[in-house]
Design a protein around this ligand. Structure first.
Ligand code: DHB
Length: 599
C-alpha cells in the first residue's frame, strides 16, 4: 500500500478515535462525572482543529485532489463535493468550538454541546467514508508512480501523532495533552495504549494496534462459521475469544444439525468427520400417553437432520481455521467495542495482561448473551425476555442407544428426551426444577425418572450404565431488536436465545452469519450496503419463527406446575392432532428440520 494512502487512513482512524472519545467525554459530562469546563474537552477540539482541519484536509486539497482532477475527470464531481465538505467541516468545527467554550464558561447547555459533537462527528464520519470508499480506490486505479512519489513525499512530511508517524513537536504536545487529561475509560488515555509509558515519545508505536476487515468477537458457532464463510469470499477476519480452546471444544451442548447447517459445513469442505462420526436421522418420536408417534421428517419434508455434537463442530471449525493460518486469539477478553457509527470501529481487548485494539471495517458481535457487543447497541433497542418455570437435567451416559431415533416424551412426571452421541454414548435429559443443582440428582434418581418418563404401555425398556457427565440447562427466551447498529452486527446468542427443545440455538446462529457473510460479500464486491442495511430485519424474521417453534415444542411437551386437568387435556389433544393430521405434522416437521436460510 502506498505511504500516502496509509497515512490518510491512519489519520482518519485517529480522528475517529478522538471523535468517539469526545462523544464519550460529553456523555461523562452529561452524567455529572466530568466537569463541563474540563480541559480535556478543549484539548480534543484543538486536536481536531490542528490535525484534520489544518493538516490533513489541506494536504488532500493541494496534492491528492489536484492530481486526481488531472488523471480522472470522472471523479471531478466527487472531488468537488469533498472539497465543499472540507469547507463545511470548518464551519461545523467553529460551532463545536463555540459549544465547548460556552459549556466551559457556564453559558451553553451540555445538550447543545452534545448536539454539536454529534453533528460534527456524523458529518466527518460520512466524509471519511466517502473518501475511503470512492476516492482512494479511484486513486489506486489511475495515479501514476510519479504521482505517488509526490503524494508520499507530501503526506509523509509531517503527520499525526496518534497514527504513530513522527510528528512535529507542537503536534506531539497536543496529543500528550489529550492523553494526560482524558480519564479512563474515555479511551485515548491510558486504556488505549499507555502512550506515556512508551519511551516518553507520546506517540503510539506502529504494531501496537492491529487491523482487519471484519473483527469477530467470540469463537462460538456464530463466530467460527462466520470466519470461514468470509474467508470463502476472500474477506479477512480476526476472531477474539475469551475462553481457552479446550473450553470451547469440550463444552457439552446440543447435537442436532439442520440440513442447511450440514450443507454449509460440506460447502466449506469441513463435513468429513461429521459424516463419518455423526448419524443422519429421518424421523423423531413424540411419546405421550404411553404411546409413541413417529414424526416422519424426511417423508414429510424431503429433508433430514444430523446428530453431531456442537463441541465436535467447534473442534472442526477451530482446527481448520488455525491450520489455514486464520487468526484466532484465545484467552483474549473483549473489553468493549467503540466507534460503531464511524468508518473505523475498534474492538478493545485484554490478552496476556496487555490491553490491545483491533481496528476493523465491521464488527460481528458473536459473543453470546453475556458479551460486550450487545451493550454497544443504542439504549433505544428493544429486548424481550422470558424465563421458563423449569430446567433440564442433562447427562452423558455410557449405554447403548435407547432407540434408533430421538424420543421426545411427555409424562405426568415431566418431559424427557433421549438423544445420542454415538453407539455407546447417549445424551439424555429430564425436566427438572430450575433451582436444582447437579448434586441434587443421584444416578439412581436420574435412571428411575428416565425409566418412568420414557415408559410405554407396551413395556419399553433400556439398560442403565455409567453416567459420565451431568449438567443443568436453563430455559430462557431472549430477543433483541434491532440486531445491528452502524458497523456492528450481532449474531447467535448475543441477539437471541431460544429454549433448548428442538435444538435450534446453533442452527439459528449459523443462519445469522450466513446472511451476514452474504451481505458483507456484496458490500466488498460492489460497495453496496443494501443487504447489510437489511441484516437485522432478515434475521429477526427467521429468529422469531425459531423462537415461536421452540416455544411451541416446549409448551407441547413439558409439565407445567400451574396447569389444571383442563389444560393437560388440551396439551394431549394438541399432540394427538400432530399424530392424526398430516398438516399439523408437516408444520412441526418443516420447522424441526429447519427453514431454508434467508436470502
Ligand atoms: C439434543 C438437544 C436438544 O435440545 C434437542 O431438542 C435434541 C437433541 C442433544 O443434545 O442431542
Amino acid at each position: 500500500m502506498h505511504l500516502a494512502i496509509r497515512i490518510i487512513e491512519d489519520e482518519h482512524r485517529s480522528l475517529a478515535a478522538v471523535l468517539s472519545a469526545l462523544g464519550e467525554a460529553v456523555a461523562e459530562v452529561r452524567a455529572g462525572r466530568l466537569p463541563g469546563d474540563d480541559a480535556v474537552l478543549e484539548a480534543m477540539v484543538c486536536y481536531i482543529r490542528d490535525f484534520p482541519e489544518r493538516l490533513h484536509h489541506p494536504k488532500e486539497d493541494q496534492h491528492l485532489f489536484r492530481l486526481l482532477r488531472r488523471r480522472a475527470p470522472e471523479l471531478v464531481p466527487v472531488i468537488e463535493e469533498l472539497e465543499a465538505e472540507h469547507r463545511r467541516g470548518g464551519e461545523l468545527l467553529r460551532s463545536l468550538q463555540e459549544a465547548v467554550a460556552g459549556c466551559a464558561a457556564g453559558r451553553g447547555s451540555v445538550e447543545s454541546l452534545s448536539a454539536a459533537v454529534a453533528t460534527y462527528a456524523e458529518f466527518e464520519w460520512a466524509h471519511m467514508r466517502r473518501e475511503e470508499e470512492i476516492l482512494l480506490p479511484g486513486a489506486s486505479r489511475v495515479l501514476t508512480e510519479g504521482d505517488w512519489a509526490e503524494l508520499d513525499a507530501a503526506f509523509g512530511m509531517q503527520a499525526d501523532p496518534l497514527s504513530g508517524v513522527e510528528a512535529g513537536p507542537e503536534l506531539r504536545e497536543r496529543f500528550r495533552r489529550i492523553t494526560a487529561l482524558a480519564p479512563a475509560p474515555i479511551g485515548v488515555g491510558t486504556a488505549r495504549g499507555e502512550p506515556e509509558g512508551r519511551g516518553g515519545e507520546g506517540a503510539l508505536p506502529r504494531g501496537a494496534r492491529t487491523r482487519t476487515q471484519v473483527g469477530i468477537v467470540g469463537a462460538g458457532p456464530a463466530g467460527l462459521f462466520l470466519a470461514h464463510l468470509l474467508r470463502r469470499q476472500g474477506i479477512e477476519s480476526v476472531v477474539i475469544e475469551s475462553r481457552t480452546r479446550q473450553a470451547i471444544e469440550s463444552t457439552v451442548r446440543a447435537g442436532v444439525l439442520e440440513q442447511g447447517t450440514v450443507d454449509l459445513l460440506d460447502e466449506l469442505g469441513l463435513g468429513a468427520r461429521m459424516h463419518r462420526q455423526g448419524a443422519e436421522h429421518h424421523g423423531v418420536e413424540l411419546r405421550f400417553d404411553g404411546r409413541g408417534f413417529r414424526l416422519a421428517l424426511s417423508e414429510l419434508t424431503g429433508r433430514s437432520i444430523m446428530l453431531y455434537a456442537q463441541n465436535e463442530v467447534m473442534s472442526d471449525l477451530a482446527g481448520a481455521w488455525t491450520q489455514a493460518g486464520g487468526e484466532l486469539r484465545f484467552e483474549a477478553e473483549a473489553l468493549g467495542v467503540a466507534g460503531m457509527e464511524g468508518p473505523r470501529p475498534v474492538i478493545r481487548f485484554r490478552q496476556g495482561g496487555r490491553d490491545e485494539e483491533l481496528a476493523c471495517d465491521y464488527v460481528a458481535g458473536c459473543d453470546g448473551y453475556h458479551g460486550v457487543c450487545r451493550a454497544a447497541l443504542p439504549r433505544s433497542r428493544r429486548e424481550f425476555f422470558r424465563v421458563h418455570p423449569f430446567a433440564w437435567f442433562g447427562i452423558l451416559a455410557e449405554v447403548p442407544r435407547l432407540s434408533p431415533e430421538l424420543i421426545y416424551a411427555l409424562h405426568e412426571r415431566g418431559f424427557a428426551l433421549a438423544s445420542t452421541r454415538s453407539e455407546r454414548l447417549q445424551r439424555l435429559y429430564v425436566q427438572c426444577d430450575p433451582h436444582d443443582r447437579v448434586e441434587d440428582w443421584s444416578d439412581d434418581r436420574i435412571w428411575s425418572e428416565l425409566h418412568a418418563r420414557l415408559s410405554t404401555r407396551d413395556g419399553f425398556g433400556f439398560a442403565d450404565g455409567p453416567i459420565v457427565q451431568k449438567d443443568v440447562i436453563g430455559m430462557r427466551s431472549f430477543m433483541v431488536e434491532p440486531m445491528q447498529h452502524g458497523r456492528l452486527f450481532l449474531a447467535g446468542d448475543a441477539a437471541h436465545i431460544v429454549p433448548p427443545t428442538g435444538a435450534k440455538g446453533l442452527n439459528l446462529a449459523v443462519a445469522d452469519v450466513f446472511v451476514l457473510s452474504r451481505a458483507l460479500a456484496e458490500r466488498y464486491a460492489t460497495g453496496s450496503e443494501e443487504r447489510l442495511a437489511r441484516y437485522s430485519e432478515t434475521c429477526l424474521r427467521r429468529a422469531w419463527n425459531a423462537q415461536r417453534f421452540s416455544w411451541r415444542m416446549t409448551t407441547l411437551l413439558h409439565r407445567f406446575a400451574d396447569h389444571d386437568e383442563f389444560q393437560r387435556r388440551l396439551q394431549l389433544a394438541d399432540l394427538e392432532e400432530v399424530a392424526r393430521s398430516r398438516a399439523a405434522a408437516l408444520s412441526l416437521a418443516e420447522n424441526y428440520v429447519g427453514l431454508p436460510f434467508p436470502d
